[in-house]
Write a protein that binds this ligand. Structure first.
Ligand SMILES: [Zn+2]
Length: 1004
């Protein structure tokens, strides 16, 4: 299993607009794609956030002044650079970009050499291999030919790029932005060349006797994607503008298959009629237009709707007066122009009150399926619960103790990746961990030993954080000096400015000056520097999202408090929130808007959610005010005068970073819950509808933009996934779906629309369940959805966390949390998901035992234990178009059950009553809104992925019978394994090899 050490997750702020040059380090390539970057302007640090710091060996490191790049590394006389061997893990393809100025034409020199030996290596020889002139790039497991061209000129800066593209099985080399050689027939997998342990050199060969490099080197970068021509150009021209590179704009690379106008577009060639619609809205609010409208098809097709793409204005000027107007929509690959008549009414829309509540995690237990096999839910839960049980809380407390200058307990080991000592995000994993341990405790009632284990961990974590937080702002010795006021925190002792230096030599540990209540895994400087305009980056005058990290910690403390009642946990959260309030309340609004719009540095997770929740828990109005200080004014309201924004259903988030903004929306619905300000409700509701209609891929993931050139962003324009999405690697960040599910169940508490839980089911089965490794709790960062891609799983031992490794320990310790909800008055039970489980509904003295092998069968059984009168609301999934049969004690019931609704069954239930539900599955295609030929195959709720035997660039073509998809599908619904034309299809959540989630579908 590869260790995951990936790039950035949730930390790109505005992707759609040109960024300030000093903020931009991307050259039009999403930062996730970058594995390591060595600028060599005085040190061998990795400038990416992955901490793959290099070192010079074989001689002294020499950095010299250079007319073009200011300061560069000079390699000569046997010195070379080594990179940590784990640098090359978790990649599908690889690209190298570097500036080199070669001083000797001796053959055998290597710009870089990665691998084991002469037989297994990825290397570049700029001045010839032994006895073979020219520039050669070699990616071989023994027999592949090098990509060869004439030798690189001496004594001149040359930009060298080597691209290994596993999907097209080619190696391409560039010199100064021109392709100079391309070779095919390389090994089919990166693994064949770069196994788990590699020797990684810059300036040295893997073959004994070869000379070391005699050259100047500048800005050596490693990417995990095959760079495209446009991206190579971006880096090349970027370097000529400024060190920080070019701006991230421009049309996306056209690297997807194009379909001619005359080509049939899936079902659309059978369209005979598309209905016009009428919608109502209120003055100021853009109408909510349905993504699908009624349609008629010829040829006996059993479809009744078609996807429409409506215009998406960037303001609400069309609805400022009562009246009526008409909008025209588009249907991809069809000439139909559906019309929507919009009636703008003078009324004000009323927002709903909360009607439902979730059950505590401890009230619902996952059970084995009807055949006593563990379900995927149990398997994944157990991987995480067992993994968490083995963790050492001292690892998660390590950097907190380090910040406060405290001794580490014997044997304590620090975490790696984003929590390593010099990483300015350290402490973020501790926040996720607090939540995960709290949930694991609540969810493991079936095993008292486990529960005791987690109870012990919660106490240990909280006690230490409590003790540390009490140190802040109080004298070290009695009568000593201290600064209790958070707004008066001075600079560190002996320092002339605030800084984010976390090295042993540079870190300040004068906690008595930090203001009362302060807690974090670093001193308060990052918070203060952000107020003063600090930018994101690795230098000591730069920061990395202090409020993002704090949000995790505060949420974790409240989670522990809520499951254990540990008052100390709440006290720590209150103390730090008072600190935050004191600082932020003192700032002018302009400063706040500027902070929350600072690239990466100002990302704040769901601070608004946590502050709203703390207000709910403490009833202290101060925290409600603190929450409001985190309003994202621009996205929520359009501008400072609240002209429009999401509150008026204007899509203000196109092109923005997905996982940065979804938690802010989760915060908005939480703000509505505690404040009843209707705008917060509209913001969340409008955002949900627009995201799910216009930005969602079939697995339930969002983002994955090709334009803007960042997989973590929402596409530049709504409903253009094909035109602007499917970024290289086709990435759907797992955190984003974690947050979407959270938002979805929160909205459902207010409005019980089945489409919410339809989405929940889709994201849960096809992304969250699909994001965990087969035999360990290792998990995905991004899930790739391009043809023939493969999931990469990381963090199997829970020792080094990216953001998605953090949300994974949360997701997998609460898998049961949305199966059932209850009404606040305990008169109604909602059955949302068909997962074998037992519910203990304490207030009613009722137990509900759900027995099923769903989705390996299409029916479920609910046995009621106990007596009582209540309504059952059972979800009739939107995909259940072949019927929905309900029986009570064997007798068929006459109830209304439209797909995409809830079926209500009112009854005085008797002990032993059995409710049986059957909802036959059928195969259906979920097509991309702006390119219907590209579609995913579903069976009921389950996405079926084609199992690929090798990497591929082409979309897998599959031909179906238009009237009956099942005609050429063979297989067994009880295992959910099928074959189509000899190709195996399996649930995506059981796909661990190469897969195709989307198909190029033809109908006959
Ligand atoms: Zn993430």
């Amino acid at each position: 299993m590869y260790k995951i050490v990936l790039g950035i997750c949730a930390f790109l702020m505005v992707c759609s607009k040109p960024l300030q040059a000093q903020d931009q380090i991307l050259d039009g390539i999403g930062e996730t794609a970058m594995i390591a970057r060595y600028i060599f302007n005085g040190d061998t640090r990795d400038w990416s956030r992955n901490n793959h710091h290099a070192k010079v060996e074989g001689g002294q490191a020499r950095f010299i002044d250079d007319a073009r790049f200011k300061k560069v590394i000079a390699l000569s006389g046997g010195s070379y650079v080594t990179l940590p061997s784990e640098t090359l893990s978790d990649l599908e393809s690889i690209s190298i970009s570097a500036w080199v100025n070669i001083k000797s034409k001796e053959d055998g020199q290597r710009l870089f050499a990665f691998g084991k030996d002469a037989n297994k290596q990825f290397s570049a020889a700029p001045t010839g291999l032994k006895g073979q002139d020219g520039f050669h790039a070699l990616f071989t497991a023994g027999s592949s030919k090098p990509a060869s061209s004439t030798a690189i000129e001496l004594n001149k800066w040359v930009h060298v790029v080597v691209v290994v593209d596993i999907t097209s099985k080619t190696v391409t080399t560039y010199l100064d932005n021109k392709v100079v050689a391309e070779v095919s027939g390389i090994p089919q997998e990166l693994d064949a060349v770069l196994g788990q342990t590699n020797t990684l050199y810059i300036g040295k060969s893997l073959i004994g006797g070869d000379p070391t490099l005699n050259a100047l080197v500048h800005d050596f970068r490693i990417y995990r994607v095959p760079l495209t021509r446009r991206q190579v150009a971006g880096i090349y021209f970027g370097a000529n503008k400024s060190q920080e590179g070019a701006v991230n704009v421009g049309k996306p690379e056209e690297n997807l298959p194009q379909f001619g106008k005359e080509e049939s577009q899936l079902y659309h060639k059978y369209l005979v009629k598309v209905s016009d619609i009428t919608v109502e809205t209120e003055v100021g609010n853009l109408p909510r237009l349905p993504s699908h409208v009624p349609a008629k098809y010829s040829n006996g097709l059993k479809l009744d709707k078609v996807r429409v793409i409506w215009p998406a204005p960037t303001d609400n000027s069309s609805v400022l007066e009562p009246g009526k107007y008409t909008i025209s929509g588009k249907i991809a690959g069809s000439d139909f122009v559906p019309k929507a008549t919009v009636i703008v009414k003078a009324d004000k829309k009323v927002t709903p009150k909360a009607k439902l509540a979730a059950f505590p995690l401890s009230a619902v237990t996952l059970e084995a399926d009807r055949h006593q096999h563990d379900t995927k839910f149990i398997e994944n839960r157990d991987k995480f619960i067992q993994g968490l049980a083995k963790t050492d809380p001292n690892s998660f407390l390590y950097m907190f103790r380090h910040a406060f200058g405290q001794k580490q307990p014997e044997g304590a080991k620090p975490l790696g990746v984003w929590d390593s000592q010099n990483t300015k995000l350290r402490g973020h994993a501790t926040g996720h961990y607090l939540t995960a341990i709290a949930q694991a405790y609540a969810s493991s009632g079936y095993d008292k030993n486990l529960q005791a284990n987690f109870a012990g961990k919660m106490d240990q974590l909280v006690n230490t954080l409590y003790e540390l937080s009490r140190l802040s702002g109080t004298p070290k010795v009695q009568g000593g000096e201290a600064v209790a006021d958070p707004t008066k925190v001075p600079m560190g002792p002996g320092k002339t400015e605030y800084d984010s230096d976390l090295t042993d030599e540079g870190i300040r540990t004068d906690y008595w000056n930090w203001g009362k209540g302060y807690i974090s895994a670093y001193p308060p400087d990052q918070f203060i520097m952000l107020e003063q305009g600090a930018k994101y980056g690795g230098q000591k005058n730069q920061v990395w999202a202090p409020y993002y990290t704090l949000h995790k910690i505060l949420a974790g403390l409240m989670d522990v408090y809520e499951v254990s009642g540990n008052k100390k946990a709440l006290d720590v959260a209150v103390g730090m929130s008072e600190w935050v309030h004191a600082r932020l309340a003192a700032l002018p609004q302009d400063t706040l808007i500027k902070m929350w719009n600072t690239y990466i540095a100002g990302e704040y997770g769901g601070m608004n959610e946590s502050m709203a929740r703390l207000f709910f828990l403490t009833k202290n109005e101060k925290f409600l005010k603190t929450a409001q200080l985190f309003d994202n004014i621009k996205m929520f309201y359009g501008d400072a005068s609240h002209s429009h924004g999401l509150a008026r259903n204007v899509d203000t988030f196109r092109g923005l970073h997905a996982n940065q903004h979804i938690p802010q929306i989760v915060g908005s619905i939480e703000m509505y819950a505690v404040s009843q300000n209707p705008d917060y409700y509209f913001i969340a509701e409008n955002f949900w509808h627009r995201t799910v209609s216009d930005y969602m891929y079939s697995i339930g993931g969002v983002a994955g933009a090709r334009n803007p050139a960042n997989a973590e962003c929402f596409i530049a324009q709504p409903a253009t996934i094909y035109e602007n999405g499917f970024s290289q690697g086709g990435q759907n960040e797992t955190c984003a779906t974690y947050n979407m599910l959270k938002l979805t169940s929160s909205l459902f508490m207010f409005d019980q629309k089945a489409e919410y839980m339809d989405y929940y089911e889709r994201g849960l089965y096809n992304h969250i369940l699909a994001s965990v490794a087969k035999d360990s709790p290792a998990n995905t960062y991004h899930v790739p959805i391009r043809p023939g891609s493969i999931k990469q799983f990381g963090n199997p031992n829970m020792t080094g966390f990216t953001c998605c490794n953090g949300t994974a320990i949360e997701s997998n310790t609460k898998l049961q949390n949305s199966i059932y909800f209850k009404s606040l008055d305990n008169s109604t039970l909602y059955v949302n998901l068909f997962i074998p489980s037992t519910l203990n509904w304490e207030e009613k003295g009722i137990r509900v035992v759900q027995t099923t092998s769903f989705p390996k069968e299409d029916h479920t059984k609910l046995r009621i234990e106990g007596n009582g009168k209540f309504d059952l609301q059972v979800r009739v999934p939107g995909w259940a178009k072949k019927g929905f049969v309900v029986k009570i004690n064997g007798k068929k019931q006459k109830i209304k059950a439209t797909p995409g609704s809830y079926a209500k069954i009112s009854r005085t239930w008797k002990n032993g009553d059995v409710l049986e539900i059957t909802m036959p599955f059928e195969f259906h295609l979920d097509y991309v809104m702006d390119q219907p030929n590209i579609a995913s195959l579903f069976y009921g709720p389950v996405l079926l992925a084609a199992q690929e035997t090798e990497a591929r660039k082409e979309w897998r073509q599959v031909t179906f019978d238009a009237k009956d998809l099942s005609k050429n599908i063979k297989g067994n619904p009880e295992t959910l394994e099928f074959t189509i034309d000899g190709v195996q299809f399996k649930p995506f959540y059981e796909s661990y090899g190469r897969h195709s989630v989307y198909l190029d579908v033809r109908l006959k």
